[in-house]
Design a protein around this ligand. Structure first.
Ligand code: ADP
Ligand code: ADP
Length: 223
């Protein structure tokens, strides 16, 4: 589903990403670990088509990111690190607004995708509340719901449980696990416990290069 081969991104004389290769299959949850500044965001931005690689390729569900960035954006659901803005909108207004921006122009169709995303993320009880009044855990679920609107086959999640309390973390992890059965998921994190709890594989990036690509069990055996 995601096939990354020799990705390179240079800023000035600095190689932020220096020849990164890996793949993620359907049903896999890949944990992407690394210290701050190691190159995680830059790698994820190249996979989602927001940043053009200097060298190498990323193919997502058969679409080359450089040649078909729009097709890739349609395939991917992206959960940004920060919670959704538009705090004065209700959860359903926000989702409807994003759905319209994504090309669901007809109202019945838009309603259908919004309802589906609300159902998947268990937001029914708060759908008419404004986003600013929601707890962090619910805000994060609204973020997930927007990532799921177009029924993507690949999910790219930036620090999905960062800042949540232990209960909310567990809820969001259960959500990710459920969704992963028919999708390929890549999530960046700096929480080791998260990798052990839900990831099927882990890669570690350091100074732009992958230093580990293995199963959580292999990874744990090393600690
Ligand atoms: P991570 O997500 O692992 O924290 P990043 O991918 O954000 O790491 O950054 C990798 C390196 O590239 C860092 O040294 C960062 O300062 C640098 N970098 C990222 N974006 C830019 C940019 N737009 N211009 C210059 N340097 C950048
Ligand atoms: P986001 O969190 O939205 O992914 P980032 O924190 O990676 O954004 O970066 C915010 C903006 O600053 C981006 O345009 C990015 O390219 C740029 N940037 C990130 N790191 C650096 C850096 N070290 N030097 C210059 N620009 C940077």
């Amino acid at each position: 589903m995601i096939e990354v081969q020799g990705l390179v991104k240079t800023y000035g004389s600095k190689r932020a990403v220096d020849g990164v290769s890996f793949r993620v299959n359907r049903g896999e949850i890949l944990g992407f670990l690394g210290p701050n500044g190691a190159g995680k965001s830059t790698t994820m931005k190249m996979i989602t088509g927001f940043l053009r690689p200097d060298a190498g390729t990323a193919v997502v569900d058969g679409h080359d990111v450089t040649r078909e960035p729009l097709a890739v954006k349609r395939t991917i659901g992206y959960l940004p690190e920060s919670a959704p803005a538009y705090g004065e909108m209700t959860a359903e207004e926000f989702l409807s607004f994003i759905a319209e921006a994504r090309g669901f122009r007809r109202r019945p169709e838009r309603l259908a995708v919004v309802n589906r995303a609300i159902g998947l993320t268990h937001l029914e009880s708060v759908r008419t509340q404004t986003i600013e009044t929601l707890s962090k855990g619910y805000k994060q679920r609204v973020g997930f719901a927007q990532a799921l609107l177009h029924d993507p086959s690949v999910l790219v999640l930036d620090e999905p449980t960062d800042g949540l309390d232990p209960n909310q973390k567990n809820e969001v992890r259960a959500l990710i696990k459920n969704m992963a059965t028919e999708k390929a998921v890549i999530l960046s994190t700096h929480i080791l416990e998260e990798v052990e709890a839900i990831c099927t594989r882990v890669i570690i990036i350091s100074r732009g290069q992958l230093v580990i690509d293995e199963t959580p069990a292999q990874f744990q055996a090393r600690q």
